[in-house]
Design a binder for this molecule. Structure first.
Ligand SMILES: Nc1ncnc2c1ncn2[C@@H]1O[C@H](COP(=O)(O)OP(=O)(O)OP(=O)(O)O)[C@@H](O)[C@H]1O
Ligand SMILES: [Mg+2]
Length: 291
């Protein structure tokens, strides 16, 4: 019995040795974080474990790199309007003529508004990030949400002399986070108003069919070239030569919110030129309301 026990122990030690080496390799203080683990002489049994561990660390590393890029970009985007704000404040302070001072203050107010919008967009993106918080699953009427957003955007439409209209035939219930869904619509309408020519028209249309909610925003602007359509959804991406102000976050927010809610977004051509953005979301069924 004793001899058999010694053999079992020896066998176990031999069998566990590669795992212990793997543990030491992971713990090793020489290893910089998330570098691939290497266990010399590891047998084929634990090779798949090492490969899986390394593949996982590679994914985490890529995610961390993306986060770092995002923070650097965000800080850069915030720095420019902050510097402008400070210049405008100094200018207003120096100016003794009442009308010039008024002008400088109006410009300062506009810059702080843009800064607030950027902060709002950054916050929305960080909330939409997977794992940042439990996604809300409320029953939302997309038609009502669109109507609220349209009311909020109406002054901008009036200012640009754009005919902003809503076409709907009743409630379109979906399951999702109301704040995020409204933010998604805000960004679509903001783009449509901003990139359209003054005097044009923007139409928001809602429909429900075949278990799908459909929201389309159509404008009469220049549209987006086919080869740019995938890129414009990237964070901070703006089409070269853009004259309007912006940070390139609007469509990134749209895509993230829509995908979080289990839907899809596509860009196309409006019948009369311009851009047509189509958002499709799963329609809430009548028993979803019980949640
Ligand atoms: N309706 C549209 N018509 C024409 N071009 C558009 C339209 N919407 C977006 N674009 C183009 O796609 C780019 C990316 O849009 P996105 O909304 O992501 O960022 P932005 O409008 O530049 O900035 P932000 O929305 O963060 O203020 C814009 O810079 C613009 O060139
Ligand atoms: Mg935008």
């Amino acid at each position: 019995m004793a001899i058999a026990g010694v053999f079992v122990l020896l066998g176990l030690r031999r069998g566990l040795a590669p795992l212990i080496r793997l543990r030491d390799a992971v713990r090793s203080p020489d290893r910089s974080d998330l570098d691939p683990v290497e266990v010399p002489g590891a047998q084929s049994e634990i090779r798949p474990l090492i490969d899986a561990l390394n593949a996982y660390m590679e994914r985490v590393r890529a995610q961390m790199a993306a986060q770092r890029r995002f923070i650097a970009n965000a800080a850069h985007q915030l720095r420019t309007p902050l510097a402008l704000l400070s210049t405008q404040a100094s200018y207003a302070l120096r100016e003794s003529a009442a009308d010039r001072r008024q002008e400088a203050l109006v410009a300062l107010q506009a810059s702080s508004g843009r800064l607030a919008r950027l902060a709002e967009q950054l916050l929305t993106l960080s909330r939409a990030e997977p794992g940042s918080r439990r996604p809300r699953a409320d029953r939302i009427d997309l038609t009502e949400a669109a109507r609220q957003v349209l009311e909020g955007q109406a002054p901008k439409a009036v200012e640009r002399n754009i005919d902003l209209g809503l076409e709907e035939t009743g409630p379109v219930p979906v399951i999702g986070d109301g704040t995020m869904l409204r933010e998604m619509i805000v960004n679509l309408i903001d783009n449509a108003l901003r990139y359209s020519k003054p005097g044009g028209s923007v139409t928001v249309k809602l429909a429900a069919s075949n278990g799908e909610a459909e929201l389309t925003v159509t404008d009469a602007g220049p549209g987006i070239a086919v080869e740019e359509r995938e890129h414009v959804f990237e964070r901070f991406y703006r089409i070269a030569g853009a004259t309007e102000e912006g940070s390139g976050l609007g469509l990134a927010i749209v895509r993230e919110v829509v995908e979080n809610a289990g839907g899809s977004v596509t860009l196309g051509d409006a019948p009369a030129g311009g851009l047509r953005v189509e958002v499709r979301l799963p329609l809430a069924s009548s028993d979803d309301g019980a949640r």
